[in-house]
Design a protein around this ligand. Sequence first.
Ligand SMILES: Cc1cc2nc3c(=O)[nH]c(=O)nc-3n(C[C@H](O)[C@H](O)[C@H](O)COP(=O)(O)O)c2cc1C
Length: 198
Amino acid sequence: MPTEDGRDTACFPLVPAENKIDPGGGDVYNYSKGGLSMKTLVVYYSQGGNTEYAAEKIAAELGAETLRIRPSRAYPDKGFRKFFWGGKSAMMAEKPELMPYDFQGEDYEQIVFGFPVWAGSVTPPIRSFVQENFTALRGKRIAAFACQSGAGGEKALRRLKECLEITDLRAELILIDPKDKPSDANERRMQVFCDRCR
Ligand SMILES: Cc1cc2nc3c(=O)[nH]c(=O)nc-3n(C[C@H](O)[C@H](O)[C@H](O)COP(=O)(O)O)c2cc1C
């Protein structure tokens, strides 16, 4: 049966989602709910759990792995200090040191970034990750989603593209606090995003 984007999945044997197969061209694919998909890693930062919620859902839908990155010095997560220090760091385009993580770029064809919008920009730990892995990210398919409570997601996604020095993302998505304010609109948007990432 050809999929929406024309790939024919019928010629590959059915295997569980976690099994990888090589369909012959050397690329590593895996099976997800929607059929064959690229080997994908969801790299995300989340302070309050909204981005984490979306990252886990998107990863499950795509049959992807996840990597949660954290700054070595956690940002304050309460009251005025939370918005002051996080907002300042984002406005100054800081690249904080990250806690150790394991990322083998050659294992993935596609990277999905997820982050909360801070002061209308991409969250600083994502900037750090992009800088540290700039070469490994070259040539990968890149998609991204931003979580926000109000506005700024479009600008934040533009900032991410600037960091990556790319003009287009394979798919992009803006969600309104998906954990704290669950909605059908968020769920539908996640579905469409995942379809584009396949
Ligand atoms: C420092 C800081 C700055 C923020 N700036 C914005 C903003 O510019 N626009 C917006 O809509 N939401 C903003 N938010 C809200 C978060 O982006 C939003 O609640 C997001 O869903 C939180 O994701 P998380 O729970 O994964 O951390 C800000 C939150 C913080 C802590």
